[in-house]
Design a protein around this ligand. Structure first.
Ligand SMILES: CC(C)(COP(=O)(O)OP(=O)(O)OC[C@H]1O[C@@H](n2cnc3c(N)ncnc32)[C@H](O)[C@@H]1OP(=O)(O)O)[C@@H](O)C(=O)NCCC(=O)NCCS
Length: 175
């Protein structure tokens, strides 16, 4: 994925807190998306990067909405036979309520075929994101050297078998 996440310590809310609704992300959402993005990442995506990904027919972009307000988003794109989780973020005040889980679940439900391999990159220090991805069956395959702007490596995670997407084991592991 594109960069590190700014994770804040968030108290878990009452378990009866309802999970938000999902809908497709639109260009009109971008001002709110950018505001959440800037509060979530040290090197946030620009509006143009969202527009580029959202304009592709092979992209699934979802908004999590509560009371007509966008509180999180996820962007998945397909390159060749593999899906890539490009971006996921939740407004800090709405974290630990299952919002990211709902977004990832919604995207995985929309991915065809349903067992298509999905990959992502994550900063090894982003323990909350790694824990989140683990709940969806993502496993570490290796590291992409110097992936981030500060030269930090990225952990490569896959859900499913990268060989099914025609990705050789060495490439799936970042070597
Ligand atoms: C990572 C992020 C998207 C998680 O969003 P969220 O809506 O809070 O996640 P969920 O509530 O769906 O969490 C599901 C599970 O993930 C794990 N998890 C999520 N946040 C966690 C945290 N801060 N610490 C530990 N585990 C965490 C837990 O297993 C959690 O289940 P639980 O609450 O029942 O224990 C959110 O913290 C965020 O926007 N961070 C900044 C952006 C970022 O890092 N994006 C990922 C880039 S690779």
């Amino acid at each position: 994925m594109h960069n590190s996440g700014l994770n804040e310590t968030v108290e878990r809310p009452a378990p009866e807190t309802p999970v938000p609704g999902l809908r497709q992300l639109t260009y009109a959402d971008l001002p709110v998306v950018i505001s959440i993005e800037r509060r979530s990442f040290t090197t946030p995506w620009s509006p143009g990067m969202f527009v580029l990904e959202m304009s592709k027919s092979s992209t699934i972009s979802l908004a999590a909405v509560e009371d007509d307000r966008l509180i999180g988003y996820a962007v998945f794109s397909r390159y060749d036979a593999a899906w890539h989780m490009m971006n996921v973020a939740v407004a800090p005040e709405h974290r630990r309520r299952g919002v990211a889980s709902a977004l990832i679940n919604g995207a995985l439900e929309r991915i065809e075929p349903g067992d298509a391999p999905v990959t992502l990159e994550v900063r090894p220090s982003n323990k909350s994101a790694i824990s989140l991805y683990g709940t969806f069956g993502f496993r570490s395959f290796g590291y992409r050297k110097g992936y981030y702007a500060n030269g930090e490596d990225a952990m490569i995670m896959w859900r499913g078998d990268p060989a099914l997407a025609g990705v050789p084991a060495e490439a799936a592991a970042g070597s």
